[in-house]
Write a protein that binds this ligand. Structure first.
Ligand code: SF4
Ligand code: SF4
Ligand code: SF4
Length: 354
């Protein structure tokens, strides 16, 4: 495997900035979508049509405040959009693929540019001024799902990577190859050191994830375990709002005719001695888990947004991992592979017949 050396760039940020500006200046794309540096240490996404606003771009912000796939789905699907370059983290690129499969965005004229991701700082720690930059060497500086992320690089159409001292562009799709050629990028550079780093960190993250999942599985065993983990839920639904792939236009939990009538609660309190209120917390979380489990890309947004410190992203992604394995499916990987629930194979899932 070879990459295209970017010899004049000494860092990933420098290379990302150079590519964004050149793509707009040369008319290779009409727009660039990228996070920027906003007031009060915030990082709003901008859609730039000229190179000048890109001076505020921050393509690798320390925190994820809005998932890139949500930003992207809000600006695709219009016939007037032209060609677009979207600069995002690998988990945002994977979410974009799932969102497109769910027909809530259109990636046909989008080139997704990613990078080796350093991870993101937990939002609450960042807001407290406690940790301001992720340090891949210090797991405490990373969000829990970043600590176990194995998809921290090699996503999207083109990925910028470091191999030793060098910065290289790695095209991963035909669109990425065409984009690199349109920018005049060529040459071949060695990726050995990047491949070694990727494999080493991937194995370490897999081990961390396995241990964390085992422990979470113990904590959430049975309905009572699950109820205990979600007992602090304040019902704000932020986990649903920030999730890039939570796809229903009207959430089942908000449908009026789904709510239990008051009489049902009164009857239950009489028969059981007491009824727990509000009663739909677990129903919401189990329902969301069922909806999300094949498309969750383990981006950690839901968990970062949770005011009650519930490991909601770790839970959904843990269940998702097992569900997806049943279908031999990996969320966000292959844009051409149909969603398992949109296809029907007569020979699948016989194990569950009896
Ligand atoms: S989950 Fe964390 S480490 Fe993985 S790609 Fe997303 S931000 Fe980066
Ligand atoms: S459920 Fe949570 S971790 Fe999974 S894609 Fe949605 S926000 Fe990301
Ligand atoms: S964000 Fe947290 S507190 Fe709010 S509904 Fe989701 S799990 Fe409950």
């Amino acid at each position: 495997m070879k990459g295209i050396p970017l010899e004049t760039c000494d860092s990933l940020r420098h290379a990302l900035g150079w590519i964004m500006r050149k793509a707009l200046q040369d008319g290779v794309v009409d727009h660039v979508l990228v996070p920027s540096r906003g007031p009060e240490d915030s990082f709003p996404w901008i859609l730039a049509a000229r190179p000048e606003p890109l001076s505020d771009a921050e393509p690798i912000p320390p925190v994820m405040s809005v998932q890139g796939a949500r930003a992207l789905s809000s600006v695709t699907g219009s016939t007037s959009e032209g060609a677009m370059l979207a600069v995002m983290r690998p988990c945002e690129a994977r979410a974009s693929i799932e969102v497109a499969k769910l027909r809530q965005s259109d990636l046909s004229s989008v080139v997704v540019l990613t990078m080796d991701c350093p991870g993101a700082v937990p939002l609450a720690r960042y807001r407290d001024g406690d940790i301001m930059e992720p340090d891949p060497e210090d797991p405490e500086s990373l969000r829990p799902l970043c600590r176990q992320c194995t998809g921290f690089t090699a996503a999207g159409d083109l990925c910028l990577v470091r191999s030793g001292e060098n910065v290289l562009a790695v095209p991963l799709t035909e669109g990425g190859r065409r984009f690199a050629a349109a920018l005049g990028l060529d040459g071949e550079g060695d990726l050995d050191e990047w491949l070694e780093w990727k494999e080493g960190l991937g194995k370490q993250r897999e081990r961390t994830g396995e241990e964390a999942r085992q422990s979470l599985k113990e904590d959430t065993r049975g309905l009572s375990g699950l109820a205990a983990v979600y007992s602090g839920c304040v019902g704000c639904r932020s986990c649903r709002t920030v999730c890039p792939v939570c796809y229903c236009r009207l959430c089942f939990i908000d449908m009026k005719d789904r709510r239990s009538p008051a009489a049902a609660h009164l009857d239950r309190s009489v028969s059981a001695g007491a009824a727990r209120l509000v009663s739909d917390t677990l129903l919401f979380h189990i329902g969301r888990m069922a909806h999300m489990s094949l498309s969750c890309v383990a981006c950690g947004m839901c968990e970062d947004a949770c005011p009650a410190d519930i490991p909601v992203g770790r839970l959904v992604s843990m269940v998702g991992r097992e569900t997806a394995a049943l279908f031999d499916y990996t969320a966000g990987e292959d844009p051409d592979e149909p969603l398992p629930l949109s296809t029907f194979l007569t020979e699948e899932l016989h194990d569950f017949e009896d």
